[in-house]
Design a binder for this molecule. Structure first.
Ligand code: AMP
Length: 223
């Protein structure tokens, strides 16, 4: 049966890093709305002209456009083992959109995993983050350094900092998170779907906690 998980947590919590590891262990699809939006900016000049500044400033794209971009991507993907939503939903309205999307696909949400981390640690991680523009692999200058400075270990591309990982837009992203995304956490808590893990640890230790939790969610799914 397909497993559907939502990853939530403040910017810098390591959602994408954890998702990429889980995807390779469980054969899940991975939908990061942040990646989907960045891809769209890179490939569609009209979209870029309209929305690049908004995203760079750390503001959210509107719910309807975000839903359409996500749906397009889901429909073009193999989701037979299920998928992880990373960075979606970010508003209560998006959580309701997701219910519609899952209904249409005949799927159910199995769990929402909330990655908790003190804000100062998250900010520090973001300011040290580098990403491979080709394969999306994420590095951190303090903890997960590439073997050769500024070069991706896996595909040899030159690493870049994300354009929204600047102090001012980091602050805006935290404000957006507090105002719009925190209520989504409560929405799922009330539905009994929320599981929390503390990710103020190494990548390996955090991933072990995540895998133990996913195993629990999976066993609940089949009982
Ligand atoms: P992320 O890679 O998840 O940190 O997302 C980067 C940026 O993409 C966010 O700061 C938003 O501007 C935009 N974005 C990503 N996901 C969403 C979403 N679910 N709704 C609206 N905007 C989003």
């Amino acid at each position: 049966m397909a497993l559907v998980l939502v990853f939530m947590g403040p910017p810098g919590a390591g959602k994408s890093t954890m998702a990429k590891k889980l995807v390779s262990d469980y054969g899940l699809a991975h939908f990061s709305t942040g990646d989907i939006i960045r891809e769209k900016i890179a490939s569609d000049p009209e979209f870029k002209a309209e929305f690049e500044a908004l995203i760079k400033a750390g503001k959210l794209l509107d719910d309807e456009r975000t839903k359409q971009l996500l749906l397009e991507k889901i429909k073009a993907s193999d989701i037979s083992n299920g998928f992880i939503l990373d960075g979606y939903p970010r508003t209560v309205n998006q959580a309701k959109d997701l219910e519609e999307i899952l209904k249409e696909l005949g799927l159910e949400l199995n769990g929402v995993i909330y990655f908790s981390l003190p804000e100062d640690v998250a900010v520090e991680r973001l300011t040290q983050r580098l990403q491979c523009p080709k394969c999306g692999k994420i590095y951190n200058l303090a903890s997960v350094r590439p073997k050769v400075d500024n070069i991706c270990d896996d595909c040899g591309a030159k690493l870049v900092a994300r354009s929204d990982d600047e102090t001012e837009s980091i602050r805006t992203r935290f404000r957006e998170y507090e105002a719009k995304t925190k209520p989504v956490v409560e929405y799922y808590r009330e539905q009994g779907l929320l599981y929390e893990i503390d990710v103020n640890d190494t990548v390996e230790a955090n991933y072990k906690k995540l895998k133990d939790l996913v195993e629990k969610i999976k066993s609940k799914e089949i009982t």
